[in-house]
Design a protein around this ligand. Structure first.
Ligand code: ADP
Length: 262
C-alpha cells in the first residue's frame, strides 16, 4: 500500500485537515509481475523453434545438405518448427485481440446445434487418423444462444482438438449439449491421459501445461485454453474441467440462453 499524505491549509496557513491518498500498489506490482512473466514466456516460446531452425540450417549449410537423407530429415524438422512458430504467433494475436478488447464480438442469436455439428466435423479426419471414436450427442431441436459465431467455433475447435490430441488410439471423444432453464452447457469428454488434481485450476492460464514436453511434441502452444476462457468470459459463461488421470477429462462451458423458453 502506498500512502500519500498532504496537509490541507486554511487562508492563514492554519492546518485545517489532512488529505490521505491510498494507492493499492500490490495490485499494480502483481500486474507488472504477470506482464514480465508473460514476456519471459513468450520470448522463451519463440526462441525454442528459432534456435532449432537456426541450428539445423547452419548444419545444412556446413555440408549436411550434400547427404540427401539427412537433408530431407533436417528440412522436415525446420518445417515442423516453422509450423509451431506460426501457430504460436496466431494464438498470441488472437489472445491479445480478445484480452485487450480490440475485437468487437458480433453477437447474434443462433442455433448452437449445427454450429457444433459443423465445427466438430472439421476434426473428424484428425480423430479417425488417430483411431478415435468421435461421438456427438446433440438435441434434435433448436438450441438458441446469443454468441459470436466465429468465437464459439474457436472454443469448440480448441477443446475438441485438445481432446483428440491428448487421447491415445482406440479412445473416445464425445461432445454433448445439455439445456437448462437459463443456460446451455457443452461438454467435451475424452478417454485420454487426464489431468492431475493439482493442475486442474491452472490449465486455463497462459502457457500452463501439465507436461511441457508432451504438449510441445504434440504441437501445442499452451495458449488454447486461455483463449477459450477469455471468449467464454466475454459471453458471460463459465468454463471448467473435471478429470481423472488415466481415465479421461471432461471439459465444459456454459452460455446464457439466447431466447426465453416458452
Ligand atoms: P496446449 O497447446 O499445450 O494443448 P492448452 O492451453 O490447450 O495448451 O492446454 C493447456 C494444457 O492443459 C495442455 O498442455 C495439457 O497439459 C492440458 N490439457 C488440455 N486439454 C487436455 C485434455 N483433453 N486431456 C489432458 N490434458 C489436457
Amino acid at each position: 500500500l502506498e500512502v500519500i499524505i498532504s496537509p490541507f491549509l486554511g487562508e492563514e496557513g492554519q492546518l485545517n485537515g489532512v488529505v490521505a491518498v491510498l494507492h493499492d500498489i500490490t495490485r499494480i506490482r502483481k500486474l507488472e509481475k504477470i506482464r514480465t512473466e508473460f514476456v519471459d514466456n513468450v520470448s522463451h516460446e519463440l526462441k525454442t523453434p528459432v534456435t532449432a531452425i537456426k541450428g539445423f540450417t547452419e548444419t545444412l549449410l556446413d555440408g549436411a545438405m550434400h547427404q540427401e537423407e539427412t537433408c530431407r530429415e533436417f528440412i522436415e524438422i525446420i518445417d515442423h518448427e516453422a509450423g509451431r512458430l506460426s501457430r504460436l504467433i496466431q494464438d498470441l494475436l488472437d489472445l491479445s485481440r480478445i484480452e485487450y478488447n480490440r475485437v468487437q464480438a458480433r453477437f447474434e442469436i443462433i442455433n448452437l446445434v449445427p454450429v457444433i455439428h459443423q465445427t466438430v466435423l472439421k476434426l473428424r479426419g484428425y480423430a479417425e487418423n488417430k483411431g478415435l471414436e468421435l461421438i456427438l450427442d446433440l438435441p434434435g431441436k433448436d438450441v438458441p444462444v446469443r454468441v459470436d459465431r466465429d468465437m464459439i467455433e474457436q472454443v469448440l475447435l480448441n477443446l475438441v482438438d485438445n481432446a483428440v490430441k491428448y487421447t491415445p488410439p482406440r479412445g473416445r471423444v464425445k461432445i454433448e449439449l445439455a439445456e437448462a432453464a437459463n443456460q446451455v452447457t457443452v461438454w467435451v469428454r475424452d478417454t485420454g491421459a487426464g489431468i492431475p488434481q493439482e493442475d486442474l485450476d491452472r490449465v486455463f492460464e497462459r502457457f500452463y501445461r501439465v507436461d511441457k514436453t508432451r504438449s510441445r511434441a504434440l504441437g501445442g502452444t499452451g495458449l488454447g485454453l486461455s483463449i477459450v476462457k477469455h471468449i467464454i468470459d466475454l459471453h458471460g459463461g463459465t468454463v471448467g474441467v473435471y478429470s481423472t488421470p488415466g481415465i479421461g477429462s471432461n471439459f465444459y462451458f456454459t452460455l446464457p440462453r439466447g431466447a426465453d423458453k416458452k
